[in-house]
Design a protein. Sequence first.
Length: 372
Amino acid sequence: MSKLIYADTKNSNMFYAVKSHISDPFLYLEIGRKKYVFLDHREFAVFKENNRNKKIEIILVEDLLKKALKLKNKTLFPNKLILTILREFDLLNKEIKVPSDFPIFMADFLRNKQIKITPVTPFFPKRKIKSKAEIKLIKENIKNTLEVFKKIENILKESEIKKDKIYFQGKILTSEFLKYEVEKILLEKNMTNQEGLIISSGYQTAIPHHRGSGEIKPNTFIICDIFPRNRENGYFADITRTYVKGKTSKRMMKIFNAVKKVQVKAIKSIKAGVEAKKINEICEKSFEKDGFKTRGGRGFIHSTGHSFGLDVHEKPYLGKLSEDVLEAGNVVTVEPGLYFPKFGGVRIEDDILVTKDGSENLVDYPKVLVIK
């Protein structure tokens, strides 16, 4: 079996394969147990110096480029180069598996040459099971991300409410300001806000993926969902906390406590061999028992969670339509929430390592609603 990737290392499958940073697209090829990368002089020496996967053979591509230039096909040069490489490795008449995001212009060209290209997902099934080294990296990323929540909480504590506004150091507190402060912490920790982040308040919190904008409102929910990626190791963390600056109503406390309780139940139910959708069912039933039925865009309107690693969303997924079964080594989010239009919402999210007999919560951090 042969596998082929054409991408730069911003592509998670390519980064997983080579564990190195290369900004321009290049070719990665697997033939059975043999692995190759094809690089020009710009990247060859750097990759050789930083290559963490000693099983990868590095091939200087210049001689192959000369052969590719001689091809008379009217097509983009990367197509000529890949065709040349496949000929050199006697792969023209064999099935080649590619990731689902393989360039369509390249797939069409190769198929027109009668080369069998088969997209597969997941491309590297082993990505679902995190190694001890990967778990260590994720734990470090979580530790760095928790510094963000400490900063947010300190700002809220030092703020004061005047009439219907929150002021910090004499200025109205905004989502934009908090995000700026978050970005500074992330930069210091070598983390990057690659996929965006969520700091919303008031009615915005009723929309799970509302990024948040404008004034942070007092006496309403404030959702902070931070999911940064480490610039060097490439792995994500993903954590959410919900706060209130000011007073809460009985209804608000009931919603928050229901979400907190459901998350505990879900985490206790996680272990290897459990169907992922069962975790979602536990959350739904618990919310309904507490009087929070989901209907008409209100209540528990998203799935319980997902795995993450080199992508912020990976299999297995903890949703009602999931066909995944949890395995030891999965790292998944557990992020139940309740949302009510024109009122607001609550979400609490931790990162959970699935083990043979249960789970380990990798996020050791309080879940405190009211910030005084």
